[in-house]
Ligand binder design. Structure first.
Ligand SMILES: Nc1ncnc2c1ncn2[C@@H]1O[C@H](COP(=O)(O)OP(=O)(O)O)[C@@H](O)[C@H]1O
Ligand SMILES: [Mg+2]
Length: 361
């Protein structure tokens, strides 16, 4: 049996989603050649060994899901050090969203341990988590993104009204204000005037020292899955229909949005999205899998890249797995392919290293 660690929970806002995603993965690999080894990280960042019976988790209600991972100091005696939990594993499958899970940090830990793992490597993960770096690489690759500008805390603080004036002249209203380095819509604001922009900037600076400000596109939101290392495959295209004004935290995690799969778009638009997604994936050197999110401008019909999520929601009812199911790849097969891609990268790296070591001898 291959000991497959499923690492979930974490400090992120998407803690609960992560638990549900992990439960789906555990359930999917039960009875295969993989032995699931669930490893939970609580909100304080402590690591725990979790009972395999979490396979039934998905049927539990919200409050019980939260209690699955011990919280607070009372439980800290049971906390283990990450190294001791990872050492017995053959393969790691991080199902962690946001900072510390999706941003290259835990991937670096796997690399140090020479442990094969699912999904993007250190650099692609870190870059994809950063909205400013992502846009710069995509622009350099000639890919379409919305008009935007950036703002550093130091520059802003030296001349707040001057900087706000500059943003206003460059982008007009409404304007989106986002911390460079966070997901799940936390810290993101939409401003319709100078006063609102001031508040939105203050709020966003609570989460990061660098901000990205974007023109507000009157848009539909389309998403596609990508799978692969050097070569990539793409899934069907889906559409998110938020109920709120934008796809904010509540609509994401409190059921306020509808998923339309496949999206009701022309075959030309679908083909364009597929081609752009593969180029966007390659431009960030993504590996394993990712979900690429687009904004479709209602007025001009332009297709704009918004972001690449290196660890998208992974419950059996999340967009990413459903897009693949629509493309004829069932959940279990999807997991299997992702594991295969992780091993492929691992073997390529180890072969390269041992060949080079031999050459030096
Ligand atoms: N430039 C934009 N124009 C219009 N809507 C946007 C724009 N940027 C973000 N949004 C809306 O805000 C949501 C969250 O923004 P996003 O960049 O995807 O951040 P996150 O990393 O939190 O998912 C999007 O799903 C979309 O609804
Ligand atoms: Mg998003």
């Amino acid at each position: 049996m291959i000991k497959l660690g499923i690492i979930f929970g974490g400090k992120s806002e998407e803690h609960e989603v992560s638990i549900l995603s992990a439960a789906s993965v555990v359930e999917a690999i039960a009875g295969t050649k993989y032995e699931p080894v669930p490893i939970g990280i609580n909100r304080e960042g402590r690591w725990f060994s979790i009972d395999e019976s979490m396979a039934g988790l998905e049927t539990l209600d919200d409050s019980r899901v939260k209690t699955l991972i011990p919280r607070g100091d009372g439980d800290s005696r049971r906390a283990r050090d990450p190294g001791s939990l990872l050492a017995p594993l053959d393969f790691a499958f991080p199902v962690l969203h946001g900072p510390y899970g999706e941003d290259g940090k835990i991937q670096g830990l796997f690399e140090m341990l020479n442990l094969p793992y699912a999904g993007c490597g250190v650099t692609a993960s870190a870059v994809a988590m950063d909205k400013i770096f992502t846009r710069e690489l995509w622009l350099r690759a000639g890919l379409p993104v919305c008009r935007h500008t950036t703002l550093r805390r130091r520059v802003h603080d030296a001349n707040p009204s001057g900087e706000r004036g500059r943003v206003e002249r460059e982008l007009g209203y409404p304007v989106f204000v986002k911390p460079a380095n966070l997901g799940s819509s936390v810290g993101i604001g939409k401003a319709w005037n100078a006063k609102e922009m001031e508040t939105a900037i203050e709020e966003a600076f609570l989460y990061d020292d660098r901000l990205i400000l974007e023109e507000c596109v009157d848009c539909r939101e389309l998403e596609i899955g990508v799978l692969g290392n050097e070569d990539s495959d793409v899934s069907a295209v889906g559409e998110i229909v938020p109920k709120a004004e934008f796809y904010d935290y509540d609509s994401k995690y409190r059921g306020g949005a509808k998923l339309l799969i496949p999206a009701d778009i022309s075959s030309e638009t679908a083909a364009k999205i597929a081609a752009l997604a593969r180029r966007a994936y390659a431009a960030l050197n993504a590996e394993g899998f990712a979900r690429v999110d687009f904004l479709l401008d209602r007025r001009s019909g332009a297709v704009l890249l918004n972001e690449l999520n290196t660890i998208p929601g992974f419950t059996a009812y999340s967009m990413f797995p459903l897009l693949w199911r629509e493309a004829g790849v069932p959940y279990e097969v999807l997991i299997e392919r992702i594991i295969g891609l992780g091993y492929e990268r691992h073997h390529a790296k180890n072969n390269r290293e041992s060949n080079n070591a031999q050459r030096r001898r």
